[in-house]
Design a protein around this ligand. Structure first.
Ligand code: SF4
Length: 443
């Protein structure tokens, strides 16, 4: 095994900062009274969390409020609809906690907390009952949500998993331990890949993480363990200076030495997240364990919606020895209306950035919608005698027979999600049924 390399001397303990600390944050950083009030208001509905690293190393305070890192973690006016913002402001103004709780519940219910049929279609059953903290959408992959991993080092304003963090048990996926997962995997040898996700599993201490993952090493059919994490962006100390940083890397080594693939699915939204010395150290230490780092992020309006940003992001990932993997389309949940990017623009941003890349970075795919029937990529826009169309393809599908199949939808300059598209007349019937619930023209 390669040595882990020296750690820097200065270490910093992780501490989450939320709405209770917003005055203390405003005392140290140039937040206006209006911005503090916005944090207080919006964070009643959507989660807010930052930490010392995101505040000091990622945000460029000279560029606030337009700074993309600021917009990535600080709630903004406009994230709720004008009607919902009025409702919340009025309820807050009464000072009546029950009225506020009722308004918050009503607003959250309108924000589509579990998009893409996650609760109805993805939860597998074991012994006749729903398996807590598991999702099984694609034949070979199971998603595992360890209960202690259901928070993150900071929260993204655009988070598509916001429902995991708002303290409502009905909205949450969480497995107390790995027993049900291991039993389920024993009954489903077709599953080769477990994606551990959250929240962020790397928020757990190493002992806890190992308790959840070690039993997977005894399941012969599991060949790949993926860990979905934004800790490299929000708290790279997790792999460098945290007290148990070396222990987690030793565990990664154990997984790879046993012949398993360990894939760290890193969420990087903006090239600035790859610009610190700590993240470079963290990436190099992870890679030294034999783990592979794949990078993915959504395309978010007001934060990273330009080709230049994505080109710089993918180049920085490649330079750090990581693999550019997915550009996602923002999902239809939470403050989606505020951050969404039309598919036509998304396809243009992707194509323009892709053209600038060296061949080795052209591993990236996108823009991809992780939708109810599967992952649908927008390959481009086609002009033909019959009109203008989006060229689409099923990258992944609930029904394996659909994987890899191209199809078309009528062009729309404003559509930002699959359900806003109309199928082209030549859409194959099985794809039309999976995507639109019927034959072309019946959607
Ligand atoms: S890292 Fe992922 S789960 Fe955590 S807040 Fe951001 S989008 Fe949500």
């Amino acid at each position: 095994m390669p040595p882990l390399g020296p750690t820097p001397v200065r270490s910093q303990r992780f501490r989450a900062l939320g709405v209770r600390q917003v005055d203390a944050i405003a005392a140290r950083f140039p937040l206006t009274g209006e911005q503090v009030a916005t944090v207080r208001l919006i964070s009643q509905v959507l989660p807010f969390r930052v930490n010392e690293y995101t505040l000091s190393e990622l945000i460029d305070w000279d560029r606030v409020p337009d700074d993309p890192m600021f917009r990535m973690v600080f709630p903004q006016r406009g994230m709720l609809s004008p009607g919902d913002e009025r409702l919340l402001t009025a309820a807050t103004g009464t000072g009546d906690r029950q009225a506020v709780a009722a308004a918050v519940k009503e607003i959250r219910g309108r924000l589509n907390p579990h998009p893409s049929g996650q609760q109805e279609l993805n939860v597998p059953r074991i012994g006749g009952s729903p398996a807590p903290g598991l999702q099984h959408k694609y034949r070979e992959t199971v998603l595992y949500f360890p209960s202690q991993g259901q928070s993150c080092h900071s929260y993204c304003t655009y988070c598509f998993r916001w429902a995991q963090f708002v303290g409502d048990a009905d909205l949450r996926f969480a497995a107390p331990g790995p027993e049900v997962l291991v039993r389920y995997l024993g009954e489903h040898p077709e599953v080769h890949d477990v994606l551990v996700t959250g929240g962020d599993p790397m928020i757990m201490g190493t002992d806890r993480l190992v308790d959840h993952l070690e039993p997977l090493l005894g399941v012969e059919s599991v060949r790949t363990i993926r860990i979905g994490t934004k800790s490299l962006a929000y708290w790279p100390q997790r792999f460098v200076t945290d007290q148990d940083a070396d222990d987690v890397l030793r565990f990664f080594e154990r997984v790879t030495a046993g012949g398993r693939t360990l894939a760290v699915m890193a969420h990087f939204t903006h090239p600035r997240e790859l610009g610190t010395e700590l993240v470079a150290r963290a990436l190099s230490r992870i890679r030294a364990t034999g783990a592979v780092v794949y990078c993915q992020a959504p395309l978010i309006g007001r934060i990273n919606d330009s080709a230049a940003t994505w080109s710089a992001l993918w180049r920085a990932e490649l330079a750090a020895g990581a693999v550019p993997y997915y550009m996602f389309v923002e999902r239809d949940t939470g403050p989606y209306d505020y951050f969404k990017v039309p598919l036509a623009k998304a396809a243009e941003v992707f194509a323009s950035a892709y053209r600038t890349l060296p061949g080795l970075a052209r591993t990236v795919r996108g823009p991809v919608m992780s939708a109810t029937p599967g992952k649908v990529v927008v390959d481009g826009v086609e002009e033909s005698a019959g009109g203008r169309f989006f060229q689409l393809r099923m990258l992944q599908a609930r029904d394996p027979a659909l994987v890899g199949r191209p199809f078309r939808a009528c062009y729309s300059p404003t559509a930002a999600w699959l359900d806003e598209l109309e199928p082209a007349g030549d859409t194959p019937h099985d794809i039309a049924a999976a995507v639109w619930g019927g034959a072309p023209g019946t959607a």
